[in-house]
Design a protein around this ligand. Sequence first.
Ligand code: ADP
Length: 648
Amino acid sequence: MRVAPVARPAAPYRRRKRLILWAAGITAFAIFGYDLWSPLQGAVAVLYIIVVLLVAQIGTYRGVLLTGLGCGILALIAFATDHFGDPLDSAYVRFGVSLVAIFAATLLSLRDRSARTTLAEQARILELSHDTVIIRDANDRIVYWNDGAHRLYGWAGEEAVGKHCGELLHCEFPADQVDSALEQHGHWAGELMRDRKDGTRIVLASRWLLRRDPEGNAIGLIESSADVTEKKRADAERRRSEQRYKTIFNSAGFAIWEADWTELHGHIRKRVPSGLDLAGWLANHPEVLRESRAPVYVRDVNTAAVELFDATDREALLGNSILAWMPAGSEVEFASVLAGLAGGADMVEREVRYLTLSGRPIDVLLRMRLLAGGEPWSRVLAMGLDVTERNEARSKLEQASAELAHAARVSTLGQLAASIAHEVNQPLSAIITYGKSAKRWLAKSEPDVAEVANCLDQIVSNGSRAADVITRMRALARNGQVQVETLHLCRLINESIALVEREVRQHQIAVRFSSGGEDVLVTGDRVQIQQVLVNLAINAIQAMCDVQGRLRELHISVEAEADVMMCVSVCDCGNGISGDPARIFEPFFTTKREGMGMGLSISRSIIEAQGGRIGAANNSDHGATISFTLPVAAADQPIRKGAMDTSV
Ligand code: ADP
């Protein structure tokens, strides 16, 4: 163990010590000499007390002891020299008294030395103390002022000692309280305010002790104080900030609650097979949230949370498990929140469904984060925004726009009525013709079975063709839910061209389709995208029907756009769009006598709802091009084969 180095005494002290030791030595020899030659017979030995007292001023414990012993031996030598062999007389008594006196002086010196050492140490402790230590007399005059007081108040000991404490420090304290505490218990502890030398006011935590004389009379006070100004300021700031936080917490327009997820997290952790991480495993096993039955306790909620969960007050929610409000089927979202946080995300945002205390389902946009401090998962902060009404309004809007799109499709079908009739009529006429022909072959004296079979094959094939047309029309006319699925884009374009085939033929339009190779997969609603394609094709055909003197060509092309989107362009060589091309997407904008001006507006909302964009531009030579984009399907998305999977 290393021992702290002991500081060497200061030079003046060393000089004084040397002087005293010399004086003590000389005195001892002088006494010894005088004792040998004087006729006082041992009485001189009592003077050795002077030597002991001299050494006691500066000597160590051992030094004083050895001095006392040495003096005794010198006295003995002197006495023995003079009185060796003398009969017992009064000289022996005087010598004995001298030895006792030397012995008593040595003992008293040693005791006094220990007492002085203890006092010096106590004084040093007071000096070392960081706190201020002030001793006052009965008149409030300062009699002791430690270094701590110097450091804190700014006055040195020489400046402060002797001054009136109250006047020096402008003390402000609860006088009545202090008086009664000192009177009853002899001490007081509390806070007071004082001025420092530089005039700044400080707050102190102080302890006062009443000093009493042996008769029990009060003779002053000892006080020890510590500066708590900074702590008080920090406490006040913390209280203010807590108040601010509470105000924000309670007046926030959205629900906030803090919950303890420790039990649930621990329970799920145990279920995760070793070697797998919790986040990844949980994403595939959301059901453990319900199975575990481990609670997630609510620790704190704000007023908005009380309203959100239809609770009467905070107490109705506090201490309850939040998982009790998780309706069946919503585990996936909750598990993904937990997995996100377990995966180290700073904050996780999900839309989840809760059941309120009154059993009402609500949609909540939830933001969750783990709070620092305490055990991990013991403080999970959730902020929830009630989006139930917004979702209801959105679903009503979606329904309305689906109905509008349906109305537009029916209207498009109206425009295609002649084509449809023709499409259905053609196979029907063929069926009748082949039916009659078969009858004739049967009516022969020798019925030709092979010809009849051929006629029947033709009847079946034409019947299927007519059925296909009707199926396509029915699909376009249906008013079903929007179904986003993976589609073969080129196949869908070909089916749409087939729907307008008669119009194309009627107006002698050449149709060109360039896809640049393989069919591509996109995501979207089959019926709605076909509606857009048919609408664009009809507009293009109508734009070209008056064109004379040049080739009427409808060119549909597909090309990739930034790898994540496919762009379909419908280009015609009509007269182009007059005015700003963007206007054609405005509702009710039409230049046609019988037009409604809703087709492109609906097309735009359909494309944007599927994550794409639509735009129009005039071509550099003739006509216009309307283009729209659709997101490319992810590789693992399932492909649904549609009822209209036919090609032209
Ligand atoms: P409607 O066909 O009932 O007028 P749309 O919304 O389909 O409604 O079209 C709006 C308008 O956009 C049309 O009246 C026409 O003026 C213009 N338009 C659409 N497609 C073309 C095109 N290919 N060439 C020129 N103008 C077009």
